[in-house]
Design a protein around this ligand. Structure first.
Ligand SMILES: O=C(CO)[C@H](O)[C@H](O)COP(=O)(O)O
Length: 226
C-alpha cells in the first residue's frame, strides 16, 4: 500500500474509534496535517451526529468549516472527550514528535484538554528512538538566536524554518542531529528555556490509542496493550 492509502486507512479507523463517543452535545478535538485532513474529510459523513470541533490550527478550522462542521473556541467548550491527530514520529511508549506542520502549540493545548488522544499514523512514523525527524521548537521571535544557542548547548543543530510564522505569530527552530533518550525529561528541559513557547515532544502527555497503518491492516495499540 502507498503511504497515502495507509493514511486513508487510519483515518477511517479513527472514525470507528470515536463513533461511540459522539452525541448531540459532543465537541471533539481535531489535529493538523495530511493524515488529520483525511480524517476531517471522513468526519464530514458524521456531521449530524456531534456538535462540532475544536481545531488545532487555522488550516484545520478552515477545512472543518468547509465541510459544514461547526468550529468552537477551546475556551467555550471545557474538556473534550477525544482528540484525533497525526504524528511525525511515535515510539513504543506512545511518546511523539509533532509539529512538522508548525501547529505544535495549539496541538499540545487541545491534546492537554482532551480525555483521550487518538494518534493516527502510517507505519513509517513508528521509531525506536525519537529524533530522526527534526524536533520543532516554537519560539518568541526576539528570542530565536538565544534559544538556538541554548539548543546547541544541548547537542542539537537548530535550523530556523524561514518564512514560517505560526498561528500564534511565532517562529520555528527545527532541531537536527538530536536523538532523544529521555523524551519526558527533554520536553521539560526545552520548555524551561526562556523564549520557548512549546516544543514538539509530546511525552508528558502522549497518545492513549495509536492507530497504525501497516500493509497488513490498521493495528490498534494502547500503552497497556488492552
Ligand atoms: O504535528 C503535526 C502538524 O503540526 C502533524 O500531526 C504531523 O506533522 C504529521 O503530519 P502528516 O499527517 O502530514 O504526516
Amino acid at each position: 500500500m502507498t503511504q497515502d492509502e495507509l493514511k486513508d486507512a487510519v483515518a477511517a479507523a479513527a472514525l470507528d474509534e470515536i463513533r461511540p463517543l459522539l452525541g448531540r452535545n459532543v465537541v471533539i478535538g481535531v489535529g493538523t496535517g495530511s493524515t488529520a485532513n483525511r480524517f476531517i474529510d471522513k468526519l464530514a459523513t458524521l456531521r449530524g451526529d456531534f456538535r462540532g470541533a475544536v481545531a488545532s490550527s487555522e488550516a484545520t478550522a478552515e477545512r472543518l468549516r468547509g465541510h459544514g462542521i461547526d468550529v468552537f473556541e477551546l475556551n467555550e467548550t471545557g474538556t473534550l472527550p477525544v482528540y484525533v491527530d497525526g504524528a511525525d514520529e511515535v515510539n513504543a511508549h506512545f511518546h511523539m514528535i509533532k509539529g512538522g506542520g508548525a501547529a505544535l502549540t495549539r496541538e499540545k493545548i487541545v491534546a492537554a484538554c482532551s480525555e483521550r488522544f487518538v494518534c493516527i499514523a502510517d507505519a513509517s512514523k513508528r521509531v525506536g528512538r525519537l529524533g530522526n525527524f527534526p524536533l520543532p521548537v516554537e519560539v518568541i521571535p526576539m528570542a530565536r538566536s538565544y534559544v538556538a544557542r541554548e539548543l546547541v548547548r544541548l547537542g542539537a543543530d537548530p535550523v530556523y524554518r524561514e518564512g514560517v510564522i505560526t498561528d500564534n505569530g511565532n517562529q520555528i527552530l527545527d532541531c537536527y542531529e538530536f536523538m532523544i533518550d529521555d523524551p519526558e525529561a527533554m520536553e521539560a528541559r526545552l520548555n524551561s528555556i526562556a523564549g520557548v513557547v512549546t516544543n514538539g515532544l509530546f511525552a508528558a502527555r502522549g497518545a492513549d490509542v495509536l492507530l497504525l497503518g501497516t500493509d497488513q491492516g490498521v493495528e490498534r495499540l494502547t500503552p497497556s496493550g488492552e
